[in-house]
Design a protein. Structure first.
Length: 524
């Protein structure tokens, strides 16, 4: 019998990111001697695909009896997680069903009630919490709810209490030095190492994401991350030791040989001391790779940061240590809108960081938001002119601001969602709902606005597959030339050339909007 079986939601079947949250949990628990597996369905995300994923998951659950089964929940996939929980309980009625991640942390009452299939909601970081839940099962018996009340960082249902919904105290955050890197061998890494262009934007890469820390010290009103991390006591924003990150990179390169990696942190660049150590250690690491016949070239990477914490020294250091692209959250070209969502960044700071990227020939990519609270047509004009001014060399992506539960804009601008309305969140960023989540002051159609701006700024350019040529990145092409996956890259480019011609035709004939609507119709 397994100790823990973690299951990725079928809604993530096409996600280019592995389930890092489960991989960190598995690594920690396995280091404590527990037996852990991960079920990570991959494939399509249409309704029929979802049904097949669910059946496959249930079949695998039936074959892998486990004391605890864990799911991760976001508000947008609430219905799917609830249905999956019921199916798991049907095939393994005696298992203890756990649920964690953002939704369970922010709104555990959505999962913990009298007829819910879920037994325990894990709030915030789950490594030590899951270990203590396992100890409760082993040492105090699963029926002893008084003993369960001693486990911090959880919520559960106790019918014998006056208030049956029980939420225990906050757990202290984990020391990053005690955290080993994710357990990569529990998932299909070959699937995730296929060349794709959704993480290092616009260019095909066989790559992995690496987290240098946890937490976010900022409090942007459109983001729920800060509230999620506050579920724990202690300093939420923590960085791993630099040598720990380097060890993970060495492990990845030795066992899986990706061509690139992405430092995926909300707070990358916050610590100047950490950055200086990173530049020193990364230089040593790259030198070691160039002297190893197996690899032959430095390990190129990309990352993201905020314009207010970047400096010229940092941009220069990124370039010198093999960084090929920097993503920056610009959001808007209107200072009024940025101030309104507590971004705490000025337009001059944004101008400066894009100028430094241009100076050191580092690809720059801008992430933008439409439908910010109070957005006017004048704000859109300011954003249009600002993007023309800063000219992100790797392109731009637009999303429609959505008031997710746990964000301040949800509290201020959205009527509370019922449980059966969470599904409305699924597609709003790309397929906006005009009324329910509209926060802008203008009367422009959000769908038409998104489509218009995507074309205007080439966020969906006709020939984006050739984007790697502009600006030219020698280190990128050197890594591709030395890659063991050259045939895969070539296949991707050839296939995309045909896709490009088809998409170009759809845009010319105005069929793109119809195809997009059909794509999202009836999506779970």
């Amino acid at each position: 019998m397994l100790d823990f079986l973690f299951i990725t939601s079928p809604t993530n079947a096409r996600n280019p990111h592995p389930p890092y949250y489960f991989m960190y949990l598995a690594s920690y628990l396995r280091n404590k001697g527990l037996d852990v597996k991960i079920i990570d369905p991959k494939g399509g995300d249409r309704p029929d695909d979802m049904k097949l994923h669910m059946l496959d998951i249930v079949s695998k659950v039936a074959e892998n009896t486990s004391r605890f089964v864990g799911l991760a929940a976001f508000h947008s996939d609430y219905d799917m997680i609830l249905e999956l929980g019921e199916m798991i309980k049907f095939v393994q009625p005696h298992t203890t069903l756990l649920v964690g991640n953002a939704h369970a942390t922010l709104n555990p009452e959505d999962f913990i009630y009298s007829i819910s299939p879920f037994d325990i909601a894990v709030l915030g970081e789950g490594e030590v919490t899951c270990l203590e839940i396992w100890k409760w099962y082993e040492e105090w018996s699963i029926n002893n709810l008084d003993a369960l009340s001693k486990v911090k960082g959880i919520a559960y249902y106790d019918p014998d209490q006056v208030e049956p919904f029980v939420r225990t105290g906050k757990r202290h955050v984990l020391n990053m030095a005690d955290l080993s890197y994710p357990d990569y061998h529990l998932i299909d890494m070959q699937y995730y190492l296929r060349p794709q262009k959704l993480i290092i934007r616009r260019i095909y890469t066989s790559m992995v994401c690496v987290f240098a820390g946890r937490g976010c010290p900022f409090d942007c009103s459109f983001c729920a991350a800060n509230n999620v991390w506050q579920a724990n006591k202690g300093k939420a924003c923590r960085l791993r030791p630099v040598n720990n990150v380097i060890q993970e990179l060495c492990h990845l390169k030795n066992y899986y040989n990706p061509d690139f990696f992405y430092l995926f942190d909300d707070m990358f660049g916050m610590s100047k001391k950490w950055m200086r150590e990173w530049f020193d250690e990364k230089a040593v690491f790259d030198y070691a790779l160039t002297t190893n016949e197996k690899f032959g070239v430095p390990f190129p990477y990309a990352t993201q940061t905020r314009a207010d914490i970047a400096s010229e020294e940092m941009i220069k250091g990124l370039k010198e240590t093999g960084c090929i692209q920097l993503d920056i959250g610009v959001e808007s070209g209107s200072q009024t809108l940025l101030d309104g969502v507590n971004k705490k960044i000025t337009l001059d700071q944004i101008r400066q960081v894009f100028s430094w990227c241009k100076k050191y020939k580092l690809r720059s990519f801008a992430t933008m938001l439409l439908n910010l609270p109070g957005e006017t047509e004048q704000d859109l004009k300011l954003t249009y002119n600002f993007l023309k001014e800063i000219k992100p060399s790797a392109g731009v992506i637009f999303g429609v601001t959505t008031p997710y539960p746990g964000t301040k804009i949800y509290q201020r601008h959205c009527e509370p969602l019922r449980r059966d309305e969470y599904r409305l969140l699924i597609n709003n960023r790309l397929n906006p709902s005009q009324d329910r989540f509209k926060m802008s002051s203008h009367n422009l159609d959000l769908w038409k606005l998104l489509e218009k701006w995507n074309r205007r700024f080439k966020a969906t350019p006709a020939f984006e597959r050739m984007w790697a040529l502009r600006p030219f990145q020698k280190l990128y092409w050197k890594a591709i030339f030395n890659s063991t996956r050259k045939k895969e890259y070539m296949g991707c480019w050839i296939k995309d050339l045909f896709k490009t011609l088809i998409l170009y035709g759809f845009h010319i004939t105005r069929l793109y909007k119809l195809v997009k609507k059909m794509q999202y119709k009836d999506k779970y």
